[in-house]
Design a protein around this ligand. Structure first.
Ligand code: URA
Length: 272
């Protein structure tokens, strides 16, 4: 890396670490995360090292690596105009009038998602809260403010990423969405992912991580471990991390470092 660029990158890292409350400098390689369950079958991919191809590996002890060493072929991509048209049409004609589950009864607005239709990085959260329900926009409350800081810390803007949720209507009293509500809404999210075609997804919290990875494992045991959303071919790399609302409730140095390290892994993956 050129010295000037290296200096700029280093400065950005120090600034953003401070922003997230991380005051320590990691020494050496980050140890490979291991799933806590012995029967773990989550597939993981290692972020690409600079100058090296991205080499997916499989954590499952059964049957050896499932992937060839060659990088997966790129998913077919639409141009931005077409993506905007597809997403806009889905929102207007399907999501806004949606009555697939009972959450529609309590909503003010559906919350489709927003951001760059060509985003390399997609965040997937749980579902709208009160502020989101009132405005029709994702992550605009306190958790959203923290997510915005996280995005800035990554050297990006909110407009450069895409933000969506596993359910498009607010669950009553901000409870977690129920499995049948998540299932009813999944096809919308699946088509959003397919259309946007992000290089990487960061799932925020348990409900998003469970649906995207089709796992029952708790977020605590799988955050920070690369996995894949196998609803797509080739699968989309996923970095699960804690939900910003959880981080606000448990604003410890340890949790902030964990989230920051997950975000850094995602940044590294997209070469940011
Ligand atoms: N929490 C979420 O998971 N999504 C939002 O849009 C807002 C808060």
């Amino acid at each position: 890396m050129e010295p000037l660029r290296a200096k700029r990158v280093l400065k950005q890292h120090v600034k953003t670490d401070a922003l997230l409350g991380v005051d320590a400098v990691p020494m050496g390689e980050r140890p490979a995360a291991q799933p806590s369950d012995s029967d773990a079958a989550e597939s993981v991919v290692k972020p690409a090292e600079p100058g090296h191809a991205h080499v997916p590996v499989q954590l499952t002890p059964v049957g050896g690596p499932l992937f060839a060493a060659a990088p997966p072929k790129p998913r077919p991509s639409l141009d931005r105009e077409t993506k905007l048209r597809v997403l806009g049409a889905m929102n207007e004609s399907e999501v806004k009038p949606c009555k697939k589950c009972t959450l529609c009864a309590g909503r003010i607005n559906t919350v489709f998602g927003e951001g760059d239709a060509d985003a390399k990085l997609m965040f997937i959260g749980e579902g709208p809260g009160q502020n989101e329900d009132e405005t029709g926009r994702p992550f605009v409350g306190r958790a959203g403010e923290l997510l915005d800081k996280m995005i800035v810390a990554m050297g990006l803007t909110r407009e450069q990423v895409y933000i969506a949720n596993v359910v498009k209507c607010r669950p009553p009293n901000n409870r977690a969405p129920l499995p049948d509500e998540v299932e009813a809404c999944w096809d919308y999210l699946r088509r959003q992912i397919e259309t946007i075609n992000p290089r990487v997804i960061v799932t925020l919290g348990g409900p998003a991580t469970k649906r995207v990875l089709q796992t029952d494992k708790g977020i605590t045991s799988i955050r920070g471990i690369w996995a894949e959303c196998k609803a797509f071919n080739p699968p989309v790399p996923v970095m699960p991390t804690f939900h910003p609302a959880y981080l606000l409730r448990a604003y410890t140095m340890e949790n902030r470092k964990k989230v920051w390290s997950d975000l850094q892994a995602a940044m590294k993956f997209i070469g940011s």
